[in-house]
Design a binder for this molecule. Structure first.
Ligand code: C6P
Length: 405
């Protein structure tokens, strides 16, 4: 069911503010989404009433904080269909989750093994595998793109040889906005016995995502792109793999027994959560899980896709403007270039009109090399947007083109 914009306005007071004397149009959601009142209230309630460390104290506040923190884990488990709460590891974000897998699971790689990713990956799902491949004498292979800017699976059989041990890809590209054929990729990876990691930074909280239904081995995402706070994300992992993996950080809470020479590890997820965790942030993430569930993940996906389709059509109809990636079916980001104008100038002039977009390589430098544009401007849509935001974007692009003649 459609969510009325009045409800969204009430939940996101920031939408009423002005920047540079113009009403704000926030189109940088793929970088970080806005934070609704219920999420901020959950964080505030922890600090106001239950602020204490978790898993340690025998006093009431510590017990409350532990319940809130572990309750957030249950909410994440339900949102993404994780097989159990021990499969939900809290991390700093997607980047930390993928690095954890590459550093720990990656130890099983041998010289001559291969890792398969795509040419469109965010650096967070590229550099950890590059470094692992170098360390282990493994090969890093890449799935190419079609001319339209979606994944080209026509050569998958050639790329997916039996020595491929990991297939890792973004479920939604943070530049091209396509939704990857995740089920097909995971099934193909399984057919050669490869493990799979889904970078769900741009998909969890944007569409229904189920770890169980996908059948992948690892899933990584961040709180701050799905109405949650910064500084928190998750690695969802298959229990057998998490059991077999070594921790990559050592300290409090991740042990069972320590003597002066040796230590034994706690079970997952605690084995991977050394030290005081981001307690308030995890509680905020739990509230964000409630929030996106209440709005409805089908509605969020349909609403966002409809806005992306409209934006891609409107932008590509402007002479001198080029949209990168498919014109339909995108989920969130719409990257574009304006002839003769540097994307940083585009973003600066749009900001002057009250329209917030991102410009740069969006942490996907190799992809931008392939696009033939060292950087692009990117408008990205989410629950806080409506069709009139596209009108404001188009009008502001008119101003940019006027300034640059
Ligand atoms: N992309 C963007 O503006 P972190 O920074 O760890 O929360 O998320 C990293 C990350 C991983 N994968 C994908 C597909 C992503 O989009 C991101 C973050 C932001 O596009 C910030 S660079």
């Amino acid at each position: 069911m459609a969510v009325p914009f009045e409800r969204i306005q009430a939940d996101f007071p920031v939408l009423a503010r002005e920047v540079h004397g113009r009403p704000l149009v926030y189109l940088d959601n793929s970088a970080t989404s806005q934070t609704p009142v219920p999420v901020r209230a959950a964080i505030d309630a922890y600090y106001a009433q239950s602020c204490a460390n978790v898993h340690r104290g025998l006093h009431a506040l510590s017990a409350e904080a532990t319940d809130l923190y572990e309750g957030a884990r249950d909410k994440v488990m339900r949102l993404v269909g994780a097989p159990g709460r021990e499969s939900v590891v809290f991390t700093r974000g997607t980047t930390a989750a993928i690095n954890l897998v590459a550093s720990s699971w990656g130890e099983c790689l041998q010289p001559g093994d291969a890792i398969l990713i795509t040419v469109a990956e965010h650096h967070a799902n590229l550099i950890p595998w590059q470094q692992l491949a170098k360390r282990k004498g493994a090969e890093l292979r890449h799935i190419p793109l079609t001319a339209e800017g979606t994944l080209d699976l026509s050569k998958l059989d050639e790329l997916l040889t039996p020595n491929v041990k990991m297939v890792a890809f973004a479920q939604v590209s943070n530049v091209l906005g396509y939704v990857a054929p995740a089920a097909e990729l995971i099934a193909a990876a399984k057919s050669v016995g490869a493990a799979t990691l889904v970078d769900a930074a741009q998909s969890v909280g944007h569409m229904p995502v189920s770890f169980a239904e996908l059948g992948c081995d690892f899933l990584a995402f961040s709180g701050h792109k799905m109405c949650g706070p910064t500084g928190i994300g998750c690695l969802i992992g298959r229990r057998e793999l998490l059991d077999a993996m070594e921790p990559i950080e050592y300290g409090g809470d991740m042990i069972v027994h320590v003597d002066l020479q040796n230590a034994t590890w706690n079970h997952p997820p605690y084995k991977f959560e050394a030290g005081t965790p981001p307690i308030a942030q995890a509680i905020g993430l739990g509230a964000a899980c409630d929030y996106v569930t209440e709005l409805g993940l089908d509605w969020i996906r349909d609403h966002t896709t409809a806005l992306c389709d409209q934006a891609a059509a409107a932008l590509s109809a402007i002479p001198g403007v080029r949209v990168h990636g498919p014109l339909t079916g995108r989920l969130g980001p719409v990257a574009f270039s304006i002839d003769g104008v540097h994307p940083h100038d585009v973003a600066t002039l749009l900001d002057g009109e009250g329209v917030a977009v991102r410009a740069g390589h969006h942490c996907a430098q190799p992809l931008h090399g392939l696009l033939g544009a060292p950087s692009t401007a990117r408008a990205s849509f989410y629950v806080t947007n409506r069709a009139s935001d596209i009108d404001r974007l188009v009008a502001a692009i008119g101003v940019v083109q006027k300034v640059f003649g």
